[in-house]
Design a protein around this ligand. Structure first.
Ligand code: SF4
Length: 428
């Protein structure tokens, strides 16, 4: 397994061997404890999202007590193990695929955001669900778990820069402008002018917005089925926050690119001509994941030149030219299953977060597996969940204190739950 420290050494070595690509956001500063970046002014810190600007309302983490900041890896590992044993079935720890191995080794469940939210519902005896992922995931777990179960995010600064690119005010403003263009009357087939579809990677407020406006949530696994559901009910879709997942999915379904305009929330009418909106089939929000945006066609060409026969698999959050140049595109779960089912001796070049790619390489010595990006660059916000914070929240539970609880207000939870239930009813 590759620890985050090893990953940082790889970054440093790669930077020493070859100048990183222009615009590289990887940084040896990742070797610092993430508490260094829990500053009064919110930032995403070093890593893939470093160049993205964090909104002023981004949750901030209070100072981690010094004993946790000073503790070494072995001490934290012992303390987490001891706290888990003492808490027993009172706590369940969930670990996202993109987490560092030092955290993953303590997780009861490992998966993608939706798999983990569902896993939370399977431990009904747990009083506390410690979610080692990012903020929107903890919110989703809170939506799906019992009200008396406390969902805990070990570091409140573990947000998601992509989720932050669509906020409720901007989406509401967009929605009102679209209503002026389209009106609200259904067509002869009973389809409303537009329905909102939000990617799982969004705030509970946006899931609630979709629930209130006839819309739905999707994941990277079911985005096509969800779009089909929406097209049966609407003439077009407003898709947020990830433009790439929306574009890649709709394109694969046969929607022409010219009918997928990009909405810029900083401009009137999204910076689009009214006719463009009238002709649209999918209106894409101008959001993206800075981890997956790093992958390029040039990296794929290099992998093919250096590894004849390589199988290139990328995540659908990657830009469209990258998805088009790859052999396959799919969710983290798809990538894992494809590698597990590959013939021994296969070489895989993978375009997704490096912690997952390194773990897959360790789990599958029968294959050669490497990350498409030669300069390793973890997700900045996943990196915020350090074992020090995990030890701090677990020992807090032992002392009877629930630290960093994430609670979705009831007024949001109702409609957000509706949008999630609609998704669950859609195949697959
Ligand atoms: S990998 Fe991308 S989408 Fe996932 S948490 Fe990080 S920034 Fe958000």
């Amino acid at each position: 397994m590759t620890s985050v420290n090893t990953a940082v050494q790889l970054i440093t070595r790669a930077q020493a061997e070859a100048a990183p690509a222009a615009g590289s956001t990887c940084s040896p500063a990742l070797a610092e404890g993430p508490w260094v970046f829990d500053t009064p002014v919110p930032t995403y810190g070093p890593g893939a999202s470093m160049a993205d600007s964090a909104p002023a309302a981004t949750p901030r983490q209070g100072e981690l007590p010094e004993e946790y900041r000073r503790a070494g890896d072995d001490e934290l590992d012992r303390r987490i193990t001891a706290a888990r044993q003492a808490l027993g079935s009172r706590v369940v720890i969930l670990g996202h695929f993109y987490q560092r191995d030092e955290v993953i080794r303590h997780a009861d469940f490992v998966g993608d955001s939706f798999q983990l939210a569902r896993a939370a519902t399977q431990r009904s005896e747990a009083e506390a669900i410690v979610f080692c992922g990012v903020h929107f995931m903890a919110e989703t777990a809170d939506l799906l778990s019992r009200p008396d179960q406390a969902v805990i995010l070990p570091n409140l600064a573990a947000g998601c820069s992509m989720a932050d690119m669509a906020d409720i005010d901007s989406v509401t403003d967009c929605w009102e402008q679209l209503a002026e263009v389209y009106g609200t009357e259904p067509d002869a087939e009973g389809r409303v002018p537009v329905l909102p579809v939000t990617y799982m990677n969004s705030s509970a407020a946006l899931k609630g917005f979709c629930g209130e406006n006839g819309g739905i949530v999707c994941t990277s696994s079911n985005a096509a089925a969800v779009l089909e559901w929406a097209f049966e009910r609407a003439q077009r879709v407003l898709f947020f926050p990830d433009q790439h997942l929306g574009r890649n999915t709709a394109k694969a379904m046969g929607v022409p690119l010219e009918r997928m305009p990009l909405w810029n929330p900083r401009k009137d009418l999204g910076g689009l001509a009214e006719q463009k909106l009238l002709d649209s089939r999918v209106i894409l929000w101008n959001g993206f994941c800075s981890v997956h945006k790093r992958f390029t066609v040039a990296q794929i060409e290099k992998a093919r030149a250096e590894h004849p026969g390589v199988r290139v698999i990328v995540h659908p959050e990657c830009p469209m030219p990258v998805v088009d140049a790859a052999d396959e595109a799919g969710s983290t779960d798809y990538i894992r299953k494809a590698i597990a089912a590959g013939a021994p001796g296969t070489t895989f070049a993978v375009g997704t977060e490096v912690n997952l790619v390194n773990r897959l390489a360790a789990e599958h010595p029968e294959h050669t597996i490497f990350c498409l990006d030669p300069v390793i660059c973890p997700c900045s916000t996943m990196y915020r969940i350090h074992p020090g914070y995990l030890a701090w929240v677990l020992e807090g539970l032992l002392e009877g204190e629930v630290r960093n609880r994430i609670t979705v207000p009831a007024a949001t939870a109702g409609p957000a739950g509706t949008a999630l239930q609609r998704m669950l009813a859609v195949r697959p």
